[in-house]
Design a protein around this ligand. Structure first.
Ligand code: BEZ
Ligand code: FE
Length: 300
């Protein structure tokens, strides 16, 4: 190219990538280049704005640690994570709906006996989760691995706290379903909480006058041989942020009534002072296979 023309530049850049041997990578590169070049032309991007974008992405990378993934958070608040979820799960055929993995799946889940209390030493209203995993016809799936994790009463995940390295996981466990596809555990009632706002994504949220809140939920990742891995949450009915989740992750089918119970004992016979809550949810798995997300701690 001798006489500069911005459209000819795009064509020349595309040509420079034309010999990419992997066809899918070639296609994705071409689409990315075309879309980004169009964006620059359409907006008349200034040098200051370009610099600011580079600085923002640099800070996003610098904020990542083995336990913090600011790029996933950025993808979440831009709705990209839910869009990737949507285009990959168009036909559920009655299977449980999916939602974002989120940045707090650290993959450090210990197999835990049914009925265990995963909230030992943590303040909060008691909640019992009773659940079942089946196929689409309702046949129990025995031996499914179910990772669960959720925030505490102050809205923090264990991995966000400095003591995580020494105390290890809490409000986080793995259950394996029994012959009837069931698993159950005791925990505390989760509350709505803000996504981390002390990094560049928080700056973006403030600059756009958005709120950072997510409605109360428990995360579930269900894996069973012969089925697509299920990444989902169960949200608590009545939460004030169900219609304005900061990461666009709520689907009506994932909202459950979590009712207060006033019997003095939990289903396992344990006595409790005051009311406790019961969450029940039936997970239906779609036949197939699929990649299980790489845990944060295992990222190279
Ligand atoms: C979460 O629910 O853990 C979460 C998901 C997306 C962004 C931030 C937090
Ligand atoms: Fe969460």
């Amino acid at each position: 190219m001798t006489t500069f023309d911005d459209h000819a530049l795009t064509a020349e850049v595309l040509q420079a990538f034309a010999a990419t041997p992997n066809p899918r990578l070639k296609y994705l590169l071409q689409e990315t280049i075309t879309t980004l070049h169009d964006l620059v032309r359409r907006t008349g991007l200034t040098f200051e704005e370009w610099n600011e974008a580079i600085d923002f992405l640099t800070r996003t990378g610098q904020t990542c640690t083995p336990l913090r993934q600011e790029f996933i958070l950025l993808s979440d608040v831009l709705g990209i994570s839910m869009l990737v979820d949507a285009v990959n799960h168009r036909e559920r055929e009655g299977a449980t709906e999916t939602t974002v993995l989120g940045p707090f799946y650290v993959g450090d889940h210990r197999q835990t006996p049914h009925g265990s209390d995963i909230s030992k030493g943590i303040d909060g209203a008691p909640m019992v989760v009773e659940s079942r995993v089946t196929d689409l016809a309702g046949k129990p799936i025995a031996g499914a691995e179910v990772d669960v994790w959720h925030a505490d009463d102050d809205g923090f995940y264990d991995s966000q706290k400095p003591e995580y390295a020494t105390t290890g996981p809490s409000l986080r466990a793995r259950f394996v379903t029994d012959d009837d596809g069931r698993f159950s555990f005791r925990t505390i009632l989760p509350c709505s909480y803000p996504i981390p706002t002390d990094g560049p994504v928080g700056d973006l949220i403030r600059a756009s006058a958005r709120h950072p809140m997510r409605p109360a939920h428990v995360h579930f990742l269900v894996k069973a041989a012969g089925f697509e891995p299920l990444i989902t949450h169960v949200f608590l009915e009545g939460d004030e942020y169900l219609r304005s989740d900061a990461v666009f992750g709520v689907k009506d089918e994932l909202v459950a009534k979590v009712e207060a119970q006033d019997t003095p004992t939990l289903p396992n016979g344990e006595r409790v002072d005051g009311p406790w809550h019961r969450m029940t949810y039936h997970f239906q798995m779609k036949p197939g296979s699929g990649a299980v997300p790489k845990p944060l701690m295992a990222a190279e």
